[in-house]
Ligand binder design. Structure first.
Ligand code: CA2
Length: 147
């Protein structure tokens, strides 16, 4: 069966490439989605790519992934540092979850350093810039095949 990977993006990531390029670079989320779609085609997998600024919507999408995906990649953005709701939803998924950040959160200020959602992730990728999404896609396929 064709593997299904869902990528979810949290608040303000729709602004990627438009502001704060010294931290997040110049690549837009649309360009990242196109890169992922191209890689997904080459890998022969089905990709769902979404962004929301709303915590509850992200929780709904994580729950939906219990049925619709074999692995989840999530950039929870600012919710990484405060959302117990996302932690609970990620823990309840029962599938591999990769937490992803464009920047190296460990080299950031105190506010952006300690992700609580990482405790619910199978693996964490950060600091690779937009390429992190492609790396996460390949890693998610590996984890999903491993079961
Ligand atoms: O590096 C990442 O991917 C982050 O998840 C991005 C979040 C930040 O809160 C995390 O610490 C690390 C912020 C996303 C907001 O992106 C913006 C892009 C341009 C302008 C303003 C915000």
């Amino acid at each position: 069966m064709t593997l299904r990977i869902t990528i979810l993006n949290g608040p303000n990531l729709n602004l990627l490439g438009t502001r704060e390029p010294h931290i997040y670079g110049l690549t837009t989320l649309g360009e990242i989605e196109a890169m992922c779609a191209e890689r997904a085609r080459a890998l022969g997998i089905t990709l769902t790519f979404r962004q929301s600024n709303h915590e509850g919507v992200l929780v709904d999408w994580i729950q939906e992934a219990r049925e619709s995906a074999d692995a989840l990649i999530i950039n929870p953005a600012a919710y990484s540092f405060r959302s117990v709701a996302l932690v609970d939803a990620m823990k309840a998924l029962g599938k591999p979850v990769i937490e992803l950040h464009v920047s190296n959160i460990h080299a950031r200020d105190e506010l952006h350093r300690h992700s609580i959602t990482s405790s619910a992730a199978t693996a964490v990728i950060c600091g690779l810039g937009p390429y992190g999404y492609v790396a996460a896609l390949e890693a998610a396929v590996h984890l999903a095949k491993r079961g």
